[in-house]
Design a protein around this ligand. Structure first.
Ligand code: GTP
Ligand code: MG
Length: 344
C-alpha cells in the first residue's frame, strides 16, 4: 500500500480545439462541485483549479471509492484552443500527468484536436477523450448531471443511433492517428485502449464518468510518479510572465514537486543566462468568499506541490514562459544553473 501522505495531486491538462468546450467543462466541474456542498473546498489556483478527492467521490455518488483511490485530488489546468497558442498547449501537455482532450461531437476532429493528441503521444501522457455537447444532438432529452449511461438509456432510439454514429466517427479519427479507442464503459485495459466519454459541459451529463476514469488512470499509471518529498526543493514550470500593478514583473507557475518558501533562492530560465533571485512574495487568488476585497491575491509563506501560484521577485524581467524554475541552495546552485541553461 502506498503512503497517502506523500502522494501529490496529479496535474490534469484540458486540451482541444477552439470552442469545443474546455473552459465550460472546467466551470461545470467547479460549479457543480461547489454546489455539492460540504464535501470539501474547491480551490482556485493561478491558472489551475483543484478538486479534492472527497468532492470527486461525492460527485460520483459512491463513498466506498474513497478507500480505493489514494490521490488527494486532481489539479486541472485549462489551455487555449486557438491555433496561435501551440506553445501554451505544448507547455500544458508537458506539465500534465494526465489529460482530457475535448472534442465537439457535432464537429468532430479539427486541427488542434489532432495537435493536442500528438503532444500527448510525444510525452506518453495517459488521457481520456470527451465527446462534448451531446445536449445539442437533435431530440436529446437531458438528465442533468447524470452518468452518461443513465442518460443514454433514457433517449429515444433514433437519438441513440445518431449519437452512436457521431461517436464512432470520433473513434475512427482516433484510430487514424494511431490510437485504439472505445467507449469508456467497454474498456477492460486502459493501457492499450483510450477511453472516450460522451458528455455535456452544459448539462453535466457524463462528467462524473470523466472524473472516475481520471482517478482510475491516476491509480493505474501514476502512483509511482506521484510519490514525492513534500519538504524537498521546489521544482516548477513557468506558465506566464506578467506585469502586475504594484508588483512589477511576476511569474505564474505550476509547482509540481517539493516545496517553495518566501525567501528561497530560485533559478529560472531566460534567453540569456538563467536568472538567480530570491522569492519576495508567494501569491494565491483570494478565496471566492472574499472576492469583494480590493486585492486580487493573498500572500502565503510556503506552498507544496502541486499548486498554481504567482511569485514576485527582483530581476524577473527576462523570465521566459515554458521554462523550468527550481529552488536552489548554496550547494546546489551551480549545478542547477548549468542544468537550466542546458534545458532552455
Ligand atoms: P477556447 O478556450 O477558446 O479554446 O474554447 P473552449 O474549448 O474553452 O470552449 P468554451 O468552453 O469557451 O465553449 C465555447 C462555446 O461552446 C461556448 O459558447 C459554450 O457555452 C459552448 N459550449 C461548451 N460546452 C457545451 C456543451 O456541452 N453544450 C452546448 N450546447 N454548448 C457548449
Ligand atoms: Mg477556453
Amino acid at each position: 500500500m502506498v503512503d497517502k501522505k506523500n502522494l501529490r495531486t496529479p496535474i490534469v491538462s484540458v486540451m482541444g480545439h477552439v470552442d469545443h468546450g474546455k473552459t465550460t467543462l472546467l466551470d461545470k466541474i467547479r460549479g457543480s462541485s461547489v454546489a455539492a456542498g460540504e464535501a470539501g473546498a474547491i480551490t482556485q489556483h493561478i491558472g489551475a483549479t483543484e478538486v479534492p478527492i472527497d468532492v470527486i467521490v461525492e460527485k460520483c455518488g459512491n463513498p466506498s471509492l474513497r478507500e480505493r483511490f489514494v490521490v488527494p485530488g486532481l489539479l486541472f489546468i485549462d489551455t487555449p484552443g486557438h491555433h496561435a497558442f501551440t506553445s501554451l498547449r505544448s507547455r500544458g501537455g508537458a506539465l500534465a500527468d494526465l489529460a482530457i482532450v475535448v472534442v465537439d461531437i457535432n464537429e468532430g476532429f479539427k486541427p488542434q484536436t489532432i495537435e493536442s493528441l500528438q503532444i500527448l503521444k510525444r510525452f506518453k501522457t495517459p488521457f481520456v477523450v470527451v465527446a462534448n455537447k451531446i445536449d445539442r444532438i437533435h431530440g436529446w432529452n437531458p438528465v442533468p448531471n447524470a452518468s452518461f449511461l443513465v442518460s443514454y438509456n433514457k433517449q429515444a432510439e433514433h437519438v441513440q443511433q445518431y449519437l452512436d454514429n457521431k461517436f464512432y466517427e470520433v473513434i475512427g479519427e482516433l484510430f487514424n492517428i494511431g490510437f485504439n479507442a472505445d467507449r469508456y464503459d467497454r474498456i477492460k485495459d486502459f493501457q492499450h485502449t483510450i477511453g472516450v466519454i460522451p458528455i455535456s459541459g452544459h448539462t453535466g451529463e457524463g462528467i462524473s464518468d470523466v472524473l472516475m476514469v481520471l482517478l482510475g488512470l491516476a491509480q493505474k499509471f501514476l502512483e509511482a510518479n506521484l510519490q514525492y518529498d513534500a519538504s524537498g526543493p521546489g521544482v516548477a514550470t513557468v506558465l506566464e510572465v506578467k506585469e502586475e500593478r504594484g508588483l512589477g514583473t511576476t511569474v505564474d507557475l505550476i509547482l509540481y514537486d517539493g516545496m517553495l518558501q518566501k525567501g528561497d533562492t530560485i533559478v529560472l530560465g531566460s534567453l540569456g543566462e538563467p536568472i538567480q533571485t530570491k522569492v519576495r512574495a508567494i501569491l494565491k487568488p483570494r478565496p471566492l468568499s472574499e472576492i469583494k476585497s480590493e486585492e486580487k491575491f493573498q500572500q502565503v509563506d510556503k506552498v507544496i506541490a502541486a499548486v498554481g501560484i504567482k511569485i514576485s521577485a527582483p530581476n524577473l524581467d527576462g523570465a521566459l514562459a515554458g521554462t523550468p524554475l527550481r529552488v536552489a541552495t548554496a550547494e546546489t546552485i551551480d549545478k542547477i544553473v548549468k542544468d537550466i541553461k542546458q534545458e532552455v
